[in-house]
Ligand binder design. Structure first.
Ligand SMILES: [Fe+2]
Length: 187
């Protein structure tokens, strides 16, 4: 399946093997997701529902100490679901989501999220243990990092699907932009 999102051609509807991709499609269609932008709460719900069916994704997890690992489990024009693993010292670094909203659930291990609070220079952090979920809107800027688990595993949903992200660096004066990154940059 090939479709357009924000002017980009996305050729990958799922990187899961065909049978699992079909089962994921069936699960997600049972949620009766409408063909529109999903809210953060809806995205969190999607992540929770997918996480509750480990038979659909558990055997796909790759433990990679060398690079951050993830795959697309399901992608349509209005949302996508990804499976991520996190090893020691691995971090997403500071980034936004290019206007997308997101929801996630930590399946194994724990992650630490540092995030920008409403006031520009106000950075906060929280630890996310296995079983904990969360969500964020289109303005969210954060840095997620491994804290425990070999590997830590999490499931994320985004709407619309990620395209181009802005990266940031921390300065004494707050976060400043440092570049852009394509959503499929896996380093
Ligand atoms: Fe993120």
């Amino acid at each position: 399946m090939v479709f357009m999102v924000l002017g980009r051609t996305l050729s990958i509807a799922s990187e899961a093997p065909p049978e699992q991709a079909a089962a994921l499609r069936a699960l997600l269609s049972s949620l009766e997701i409408r063909d529109e932008r999903l809210t953060p709460a809806q995205l969190e719900h999607v992540a929770v529902e997918v996480a509750a069916q480990p038979g659909l994704w558990r055997d796909l997890v790759v433990d990679s100490p060398d690079r951050r690992w993830w795959i697309v489990l399901h992608r349509t024009a209005n949302y996508e679901v990804r499976l991520l693993s996190w090893e020691i010292d691995q971090t997403s670094d500071w980034h936004d989501h290019g206007g997308s909203s997101g929801g996630y659930l930590v399946v194994d291990g724990s992650l630490e999220e540092r995030y920008r609070a409403r006031a520009g220079a106000d950075l906060r952090e929280r630890r996310l243990e296995a079983g904990e979920s969360g969500c964020f809107g289109p303005a969210h800027v954060h840095d997620m990092a491994h804290r425990s688990g070999r590997p830590a595993v999490s499931i994320h949903a985004y709407s619309p699907p990620l395209t181009v992200l802005t990266t940031y660096e921390e300065t004494p004066y707050g976060l400043t932009t440092s570049g852009i990154r394509l959503d499929d940059d896996r380093d």
